[in-house]
Each structure stands twice: as structure tokens, then as C-alpha cells.
Design a protein around this ligand. Structure first.
Ligand code: NAD
Length: 471
């Protein structure tokens, strides 16, 4: 029986391995992590992450051919194929701080693999890493163990949180990069055989290592760039009376452009887009490509601009101050159908409003109170003023309450800010909400989630990103 081990039981490692176990009953899959809390949760009824469809897949395989364990060394030493899906955040100090990827977790995983391996291994980069990382990993592995053959493959993950299971069941493509040697090609075939259990052959793309590593950064950079492009257009829409939804619809009908990923918003978030573009910027700078680095930097600058101007819009609309005013924050996750708040625009928007002394009442159906308290106690990365992590002042902490119902959040509020596009926000009883709010009652829709006309008829003053302003 082929044995797979995945180091890192996070948003990527957990779901990808659950799907491999589900689709390949003949393969034994162990997902290991140094976090006892995470592994305990994976072995319980309360999985550590919220992802539609994940519970069912895990429940079907757990204990049969899918195992979650903290015994990292045992499972690594027994595996034929080792996926490494550890976190690769942005470095916060030292050389490349604020841009380069922090490969500390990767390096320690590689050293541990070298320490415990007694047979040949295929080591798969599942994490998103800078191009050329495989070269460094190869060195660490071969210099630290004798007589063992390691083949390094790059197999970046393209799933999107919120649709992870669907994406893994029917991927647009699976990308495998490897060395062009005979052994490298054999390793590619071995990994291809795993995916061939359910992915059609024409969707499995094989490349050299560097193309695969760079393709992941390229994909995220292009996706984020598309969001910043639409958001830049939303600013122009507001200045001219055009409607960004109508523009996106019209533009997306062009088959060269396509309709997906053309929604204007308060900005992109998530643990990947900003981190991977910063990483790309750093790689460009290291290669002396300043103009190219500046091009990608602009994607992040537009994103920051979009978040800042949203805060400014809220404050200026509410008579130039939100001091002491109650503002309901509806949605805190970085997108719908996930409880993930990493780099969510809600953090910057909330901090901006707290800076002007607003009182916030926050509701999100999947985000916990602990997450929100933790996120708001950290100041985020500021491009022009690195390096971050300043604790929030004790007064700010008192300005925030976290509630478990949108109506409760909106009660007595002066304004509502929609920061995540949860479906449930489309069907709230807005008349009831309006009746219980301070007047004038403001709505600031950062996700184009509400029906602007309907809300205006009720009496709300509505601002929605990229839409014509309240007449
Ligand atoms: P995560 O933080 O949710 O999970 C990483 C896990 O690795 C953590 O649970 C951590 O405890 C564990 N870990 C770290 N070092 C370890 C070690 N030495 N031994 C065992 N466990 C260790 O991160 P994630 O969101 O799953 O992302 C993982 C990688 O995948 C990142 O490189 C990310 O850029 C990439 N990626 C993420 C997504 C996404 O949507 N989250 C999508 C595609 C790719």
C-alpha cells in the first residue's frame, strides 16, 4: 500500500489530503502537525476549519485510510511520498523583512525529513514557495542524510477557500514540476498516478520545477491584479456616475476577458494574495528588475487605497466624524464561506474606524470572538512604515463588541458596514433593521451585497462600492 504523509494540517494540508484519501482508497494518508490543538480538532466533530463539504469527506475516510497525528517523525519515516504544506508567511524581520517569504517552517520540516528517513522519498512542495526553493530543499536533504535518494517535486495548490472541496474534486488543472532527469520524471509519474485516480489526464500539467514554482506566484499575482484593476475602475465609476457592476458585466462578456473575478469590493484579503505578491516583488528586486517589482507593488497599493478610501467614505458621510457612534460590522472573514480572517480587509477597516473613536459591533457567522480580538490587537503591515505589530490601546478594546446576530449588531447603530458577502445578508429584514437604527441610517456596502434601490426605498442612505452615489 502506498503511504502518503502530509506535514502541515492547515487550510491546504487538511482538505487536500482528505480528498486524496477519499479518491484513493488504496492509499494510506497521514496528516501530521506540530500543533496538538489542530490535530485534536481534526480528530473531533469540530474540525479546525470551516469549509463547505469538508466534514462529510473527512468523516467518510477518517480512521480508514485517513489519519491525523502529532507523531510527525513516525509518519514521515514510513511514507513513500511526503507533501510539505507548512505555512510560508512574509518575513517580519531581517533580510527581506516585509516582502520575502519566511521559509523557517519549511527548512525545519526538511531537516526533520532528513533526520528520520531510512528509505528513498518523494518530497512534494505543496506550500507556496519562492521560485528556486526546491534547489535549497534538495541541498538540505542531501547534505543531511546518507545514501537516500530524494526527488523534489513542486505541486502547488490552486484551491480557493470557501470552495476548496469542489476545487479539489474538479480541479481546473493539477500542476507537477520536477527535475528533467530519469529519476525526476519517475517521481512525476508516481505523483501523477495518485491524481489519476480522479483527475482526467489532460488536466495534469507536467513542467520543470521552476515553472511550477513560479506558476503559483503568477496565478495569485494575476488574480489579485484583476481585483485591483476592477477596484481601480470602481473609483472612476464613482467619480463619473458609471456603475461598476454594469461595467464588469459588459466587459466580462468579452471572451478574452471572461466574467469571473470581476467583482468590485473593499479589497482582497486572505493569507495568500498579498504575501505572494510581496514575495514576487522581492524576487524581482533580487534579480535587479525594479520596474517589474514596481508594477506588482502597485496591485497592493491599490488594494490599500481601496480599504482606506472605504474608511474615509464612512467617516466623511457621517458628518466627518464617527467618534462615539455605533457602527455595525457585518462580516469579518476575508470572503464568504470561510471562517478565515487572515489579512481580511475588515481588520484595516475596523482599525481605521476605531482610530476615529467609533464603537463597533461585529457579527460574522463563522468567525469566533477570539479571532476578532486577536486580529484587532495587531496593527497590520504598512508599506511605507514597516514594521508592524503594535498592540491596540486598551480604550480601543472597549470600543468593540462581538455579537452573534446581524439584528443585534445593527440595533441602535448609526451605520452598517458590509465587509463580507455572506449570502444571509441578502435576505435580512432591512425594514426591521432600519426601524431599530439611529437616523439618518447609513449603509456602506463594501461587497455589493445589498439591493441598493430597495434599501434606499426603506430610507437608508446607501453607499455601495463603485455604484452611483445616493441622489
Ligand atoms: P496554515 O497555517 O493553515 O497551516 C500550516 C500548518 O503547518 C500549521 O498547522 C502549522 O502548525 C504546521 N506546521 C508548521 N511547521 C510544521 C512542522 N515543522 N511540522 C509539522 N507541522 C508544521 O497554512 P495554509 O493556509 O494551509 O497554507 C499552507 C501553504 O499553502 C502556504 O504556503 C500557503 O501559501 C499555501 N496555500 C494556501 C492556500 C489557502 O487558501 N490557504 C491556497 C493555496 C496555497
Amino acid at each position: 500500500m502506498t503511504k502518503i504523509c502530509c506535514i502541515g494540517a492547515g487550510y491546504v494540508g487538511g482538505p487536500t489530503m482528505a480528498v486524496i484519501a477519499h479518491k484513493c482508497p488504496s492509499i494510506e494518508v497521514a496528516v501530521v502537525d506540530i500543533s496538538v490543538a489542530r490535530i485534536t480538532a481534526w480528530n473531533s466533530d469540530q474540525l479546525p476549519i470551516y469549509e463547505p463539504g469538508l466534514d462529510e469527506v473527512v468523516k467518510q475516510c477518517r480512521g480508514k485510510n485517513l489519519f491525523f497525528s502529532t507523531d510527525v517523525e513516525k509518519h514521515v519515516s514510513e511514507a513513500d511520498i511526503i507533501f510539505v504544506s507548512v505555512n510560508t508567511p512574509t518575513k517580519t524581520r531581517g533580510l527581506g523583512a516585509g516582502k520575502a517569504a519566511d521559509l523557517t517552517y519549511w527548512e525545519s520540516a526538511a531537516r526533520m525529513i532528513a533526520d528520520v528517513s531510512k528509505s528513498d522519498k518523494i518530497v512534494v512542495e505543496k506550500s507556496t514557495v519562492p521560485v528556486k526553493t526546491a534547489e535549497a530543499i534538495e541541498r538540505i536533504l542531501t547534505h543531511n542524510s546518507k545514501g537516500i535518494n530524494y526527488q523534489i517535486l513542486s505541486n502547488p495548490e490552486f484551491l480557493a477557500e470557501g470552495t476548496a472541496i469542489q476545487d479539489l474534486f474538479r480541479p481546473d488543472r493539477v500542476l507537477i514540476g520536477g527535475r528533467e532527469t530519469t529519476e525526476g520524471q519517475k517521481a512525476i509519474q508516481a505523483l501523477k498516478a495518485v491524481y489519476a485516480h480522479w483527475v482526467p489526464e489532460e488536466r495534469i500539467i507536467c513542467t520543470n520545477l521552476w515553472s511550477a514554482e513560479l506558476s503559483k506566484l503568477a496565478a495569485n499575482a494575476l488574480l489579485a491584479q484583476r481585483i485591483s484593476s476592477v477596484n481601480a475602475m470602481s473609483v472612476l465609476c464613482e467619480a463619473t456616475g458609471a456603475d461598476v457592476s454594469q461595467v464588469s458585466h459588459a466587459v466580462g462578456k468579452d471572451t478574452r476577458i471572461g466574467p469571473k473575478f470581476l467583482n468590485a469590493s473593499v479589497g482582497f484579503g486572505g493569507s495568500c494574495f498579498q504575501k505572494d505578491i510581496l514575495n514576487l516583488v522581492y524576487i524581482c528586486e533580487c534579480n535587479g528588475l525594479t520596474e517589474v517589482a514596481n508594477y506588482w507593488k502597485q496591485v497592493i497599493k491599490v488594494n490599500d487605497y481601496q480599504k482606506n478610501r472605504f474608511v474615509n467614505r464612512v467617516v466623511s458621510s457621517m458628518f466627518n466624524t464617527v467618534s462615539g457612534k455605533k457602527i455595525a460590522i457585518l462580516g469579518f472573514a476575508f470572503k464568504k464561506d470561510t471562517g478565515d480572517t487572515r489579512e481580511t480587509p475588515a481588520i484595516d477597516v475596523c482599525n481605521g474606524l476605531l482610530g476615529d473613536k467609533a464603537r463597533l459591533s461585529i457579527y460574522d457567522p463563522q468567525v469566533t470572538e477570539d479571532q476578532i480580538q486577536r486580529d484587532l490587537s495587531m496593527k497590520k503591515f504598512d508599506w511605507d512604515h514597516p514594521i508592524h505589530l503594535q498592540p491596540m490601546s486598551p480604550t480601543s478594546v472597549k470600543q468593540v463588541s462581538i455579537v452573534w446576530d446581524a439584528y443585534e449588531a445593527a440595533k441602535d447603530a448609526h451605520g452598517l458596514c458590509f465587509l463580507t458577502e455572506w449570502d444571509e445578508f441578502k435576505t435580512l429584514d432591512y425594514q426591521r433593521i432600519f426601524n431599530n437604527m439611529q437616523k439618518p441610517a447609513f449603509v456602506f456596502d463594501g461587497r455589493n451585497v445589498v439591493n441598493v434601490e430597495k434599501l434606499r426605498e426603506i430610507g437608508f442612505i446607501v453607499y455601495s462600492i463603485g455604484k452611483p452615489l445616493d441622489p
